[in-house]
Design a protein around this ligand. Structure first.
Ligand SMILES: C[S@@+](CC[C@H](N)C(=O)[O-])C[C@H]1O[C@@H](n2cnc3c(N)ncnc32)[C@H](O)[C@@H]1O
Length: 260
């Protein structure tokens, strides 16, 4: 694994991020992004259930059995999925990589440093506030890097995950190639993405979804599961308004496997 270039409040930076990069990155915006992601991913009791549970349910059938050493989530945001894995595999080293320092800081405070989190959704019509008890996960690590240049060695990860990331990337092909590079042979990639691309070229090259299937196959993934309609409803407010996301969910296995 590469060494960090610097640290900020204990979070390793594996790439440089200039002040202008910070300003340009919408995911560094505290109110609109970190607060929204924290409410969505951490405050189950506000919504009555975890809104992204369908992702965890989809993925659970494909988690590896037995000894798992290294698990990586890319675009881990406030850390719910990778923290779930860290609890499920207490002997594995789990990494959440994200390009947003603010997301990583929130995840670090809540999942690793054990700081309680105060959730106030009065601006969404809720009249009660919630204090969420922080965790102290010792096998979870967080770091700042880009999906297109991961700080991990070739063939090092047993499981690589990401949700709501692929269609946000400026360079989704590079992201997929990095996921392939860091996975060990027979390692698994689990992706859930709405295919809500920002760039015309990405719509042309990666849509409809069978183009992604072809890209993955050419890279050397064998597709273990392919589901083109995984519906996620993101709750917005007390009244029950939601954003509906129609996601592609897939599981790829890295081949060729190296036989011993
Ligand atoms: C829409 S949020 C999704 C967060 C979480 N995975 C989820 O399912 O809700 C996208 C996340 O990906 C991160 N991200 C965006 N571009 C990235 C990149 N090039 N490399 C790593 N992370 C990136 C953002 O900072 C943000 O935390």
């Amino acid at each position: 694994m590469k060494s960090p270039l610097s640290f900020r409040k204990g979070i390793p930076f594996f790439c440089n991020k200039s002040e202008s990069d910070f300003r340009k990155d919408v995911y560094e915006q505290y109110e609109s992004m970190v607060v929204r992601q924290s409410a969505l991913h951490l405050a189950d009791q506000v919504w009555g259930k975890y809104p992204l549970q369908p992702i965890l349910d989809f993925a659970a059938d494909f988690y590896p059995d037995g000894s798992v050493q290294n698990i990586l989530e890319i675009g881990s945001g406030v850390g719910r999925w990778i923290a779930t894995l860290a609890q499920l595999y207490p002997h594995a080293s789990c990494w959440g990589i994200d390009y947003s320092y603010q997301m990583l800081k929130r995840a670090n405070e809540y999942w690793i440093l054990g700081q309680d989190l105060f959730i106030d959704l009065s601006n969404r019509g809720f009249d009660s506030t919630h204090t969420l008890k922080g965790h102290r996960l010792t096998n979870l690590n967080l770091g700042l890097s880009k999906a297109s240049n991961l700080p991990f060695s070739n063939n090092s990860q047993d499981l690589v995950l990401n949700s709501f990331l692929l269609d946000r990337l400026d360079e989704p092909m590079k992201g997929l190639m990095e996921m392939y590079r860091v996975l060990r042979p027979k390692g698994k990639l689990i992706v859930v993405t709405p295919l809500n691309f920002n760039h015309v070229t990405h719509w042309k090259t990666l849509y409809p979804a069978n183009k992604i299937y072809d890209v993955l196959s050419q890279m050397g993934f064998s597709i273990e599961e392919w589901k083109e309609e995984l519906i996620i409803q993101e709750p917005l407010d007390f009244r029950g308004n939601v954003v509906t996301w129609n996601c592609l969910a897939f599981v790829g296995v890295k081949y060729p496997a190296i036989s011993n």
